[in-house]
Design a protein around this ligand. Sequence first.
Ligand code: BTN
Length: 322
Amino acid sequence: MQNKIAQLLYKTKGYISGQQLSEELGVSRQAVNKAVKSLRDKGFEIDSMTNKGYMLVNTPSVLCVEAIKCYLNTNLIGNKIKVLDTVGSTNDYLKKLGTKGAEAGTVILAREQTSGKGRLGRTWQSKKDNGIAMSILLRPEKAPAEISSITPLTGLAVCRAINDFCRLDSQIKWPNDIIVGSKKLVGILTEMQAEFDRVDFTVTGIGINVQNTVFPDDIAHKATSILLETGRHINQNKLVACMLKYLERELVNNHYTLSGTSVTDYQKLCATIGRSVTFNRGRRRISGMAIGINNSGELEVMLSNGTIATVNSGEVTVQGIY
Ligand code: BTN
């Protein structure tokens, strides 16, 4: 109900009467008044005028389902969205929903995470309203070995959404950090529940530094935020809707596979390619030049003896980037 009123107000240029809102939604005038009050409590600025009705002046600046839904234009991702005030980790929360049968495309966001998780057992800091902590549940009908493209496709989608929406020149640090210059702006963590030959669901968590101006000492030299890079306070709800659109296009519409075009697009945006990299193979530390990714999303590295090694996980150190 609040969703529908917010969307009608958003679509209407100017005022819409309480009578018209109640007729279009098939609810009482009292119910309309109540919903408008709840939207105002959530940060919607709604002007009301006798004989004219209501007019939307502004949507909330903090994460809010009704605001995201105003801007959303997807078929699957975001059909169910929930914003939590605080949670341990949106990935953990959504994995629990996944085991209880949550539908593909469910999105969980949190204004704050108290135990946000990063890759390789690290932590991810998400202070209240400083950034976007979001997880998306998908149910690709594939075997676990066939979904390695989810990681690069997510990186590609998020990088493009940020560049379009924030007018930034962010790049991908393989496999899927998003960086500006040599500093990290976004971290992505994909987890999966699967049987031997069938994926039950994947949960992809995306953490974006939006409003941060200071970072903990240990990451201060290698982290940045949208505010620090652009000097602007962006509309977080619009950015979420834009990202969900790009994610649907790259992941769902491409059936979770890296096409030739997406490999080319990824490589154009990938800061790792063309740089010297070092990685672990068994107990050996190997160096080479990153030259591309293959259609499984693995990094191809040219070694000094002219052979090409493929790297598919773990930590790669890239010269010139953290
Ligand atoms: C990394 O760079 O190591 C990945 C960071 C992923 C952080 C996001 S924030 C939303 C989701 N919930 C989590 O606990 N982690 C991911």
